[in-house]
Ligand binder design. Structure first.
Ligand code: MN3
Length: 213
């Protein structure tokens, strides 16, 4: 995917994550917030034809080599597009189970002891991200997992980490249904995580190299 970027369609109906995440939140989150990131990303690149062939990952990995005038817009809006494409792709109606004995399941047990422990750590990362941002489960090249958090729409692309799942803790992700109750939103998020998609993301950890994006 390169310029002009477009909004990735939701891979399911906006109501399908109910009651964990409501239809109206999904419609506004995807159709308004993410659309705005897409539009602002394209606007920032409009007069910079040199970068029109660059993928989103390449733009984000090489952020510091871009013209200074467009760096903040690419960081915020390019990051916004990347983060949300992942986020919506790792959710599914009713959630899907982590397969016992799978490579991801084994890596989670090795690092966290159990899926419950991992979820507790992700929840803690999401709760302690002050203001807006994201909590992440990521893998390094050797398949070692870790939990991370990023402010705003920052990504972990510059660190060359493979994202497995991410959790949006911006208020726009939950405020309509849950107001200030971020812990309740995070608990509900875990009900709709698509662990099959997470497994597919984990399978890419050896080949992830954003320097070649
Ligand atoms: Mn969001």
């Amino acid at each position: 995917m390169n310029y002009p970027f477009s909004l990735t369609p939701l891979p399911y109906a906006p109501e399908s994550l109910e009651p964990s995440i409501d239809k109206e939140t999904m419609n506004i989150h995807h159709g308004k917030h993410v659309q705005t990131y897409v539009d602002n990303l394209n606007n920032a690149l409009k007069d910079h034809a040199d970068y029109h062939s660059w993928s989103l990952e390449k733009l984000l990995y090489n952020l510091k080599s871009l013209p200074e005038a467009i760096q903040p817009a690419i960081r915020n809006n390019g990051g916004g597009v990347f983060n949300h494409d992942l986020f919506f792709s790792i959710l599914t109606k009713g959630g899907s189970a982590l397969k016992a004995g799978s490579p991801l399941s084994a890596a989670i047990e090795k690092k966290f002891g159990s899926l419950e422990n991992l979820q507790a750590e992700l929840k803690q990362a999401g709760l302690t991200q002050f203001g807006s941002g994201w909590a992440w489960l990521v893998s390094d090249k050797d398949g070692n997992l870790s939990v991370a958090k990023t402010p705003n729409q920052d990504t972990l692309i510059e660190q060359n980490l493979t994202p497995i799942i991410n959790l949006d803790v911006w208020e726009h992700a939950y405020y309509l249904l849950r107001q200030n109750r971020r812990p309740e939103y995070i608990d509900n998020f875990f009900n709709v995580v698509n662990w099959e998609a997470a497994e597919a993301n984990y399978a890419k950890h050896k080949e992830t190299d954003y320097s070649k994006a």
